[in-house]
Design a protein. Structure first.
Length: 286
């Protein structure tokens, strides 16, 4: 694991942190989607799985055991005109503590050119006890581009009774259509503010969000998700959906199991994948 030594001037101490990065460009050449440009800085790297007819699949993998306080991770991807990418991770993102309070940071930036399609469904995020995290997610959409992006955050290592024992978790999500800011969402979770109280998580421990970004989204898509998927008594979680002001909808879920939230997100993803992208659903995890 490549760790860079940084001088901590405010305490006159040294500590170790990682700065990792992956960036790539996906292009449509003929009938294939190809990774035409790629760069990575250990411990983060991308592994591609080409498909002769469908979207290119890339797994983002890290050889580090997780993000420690003070670590930084940068993910950037550009989809050229008509390109299609399915991006995911093979395992949960673990946010780990270190002896210092400095937050770990993850910055994710996606650029979608006209007619491109991005599907980004990473595994869940697990904030360990005493971890401190700040995430920034920016999506730049062009006319005719579409995206589905998800996030699931747990309360911690539930099996070790680490429930809301992290220091802070902050994640912002912003969407630009033709370089104009149209969506800005911020989730700040501070266990010191009684996250189990009324108006916060209540009886739940997990939160999931699914963003559907497309000019083709209509009331019919929203009604199906609300009245068919979220109204199903068997989904075992609490959720709601609403249209965005511009080109899309958002679904937010609360539950006590990552699998429960993943199942609902998968149903919503399958529906929108077929309705908006005209691509058949498939299973990436067995």
């Amino acid at each position: 694991m490549a760790r860079k030594r940084i001088s901590r001037t405010e305490t006159d101490k040294d500590y170790m942190r990682t700065v990792s990065e992956w960036k790539g460009t996906i292009s449509r050449i003929g009938q294939r989607n190809i990774l035409t440009d790629s760069y990575h800085r250990n411990p983060l790297e991308g592994h591609e799985f080409p498909d002769e007819k469908g979207p290119l699949m890339i797994y983002l993998m890290s050889s580090s055991p997780g993000l420690f306080n003070g670590d930084e991770e940068f993910i950037s991807c550009r989809l050229t005109e008509g390109a299609q990418l399915f991006l995911t991770t093979p395992s949960p993102s673990e946010l780990r503590p270190s002896p210092y309070d400095e937050e770990s940071r993850q910055t994710q930036t996606f650029f979608l050119e006209p007619g491109s399609i991005l599907e980004y469904l990473p595994e869940l995020v697990i904030p360990f006890k005493d971890s401190n995290f700040r995430g920034t997610n920016s999506v730049y959409m062009s006319k005719g581009s579409q995206a589905i992006i998800s996030e699931i955050v747990t309360a911690g290592r539930i099996g070790r009774d680490e429930i809301f024992q992290y220091k802070k978790f902050s994640s912002t999500f912003e969407v630009y259509w033709e370089n104009k800011l149209q969506v800005w969402d911020c989730m700040n979770l501070d266990p010191a503010s009684n996250l189990r109280g009324a108006g916060n998580f209540g009886e739940y421990t997990h939160v999931g969000t699914l963003w559907i970004l497309s000019e083709q989204v209509t009331d019919e898509h929203l009604n199906y998700i609300q009245n068919t998927i979220l109204a199903d008594e068997g989904i075992n979680c609490y959720g709601s959906a609403s249209l965005l002001q511009t080109n899309g909808l958002v679904i937010r879920l609360l539950g006590n199991s990552a699998q429960d939230l993943q199942n609902v997100i998968k149903k919503c993803w399958d529906h929108c994948r077929g309705e908006l992208f005209q691509i058949r659903p498939f299973d990436i995890r067995i």
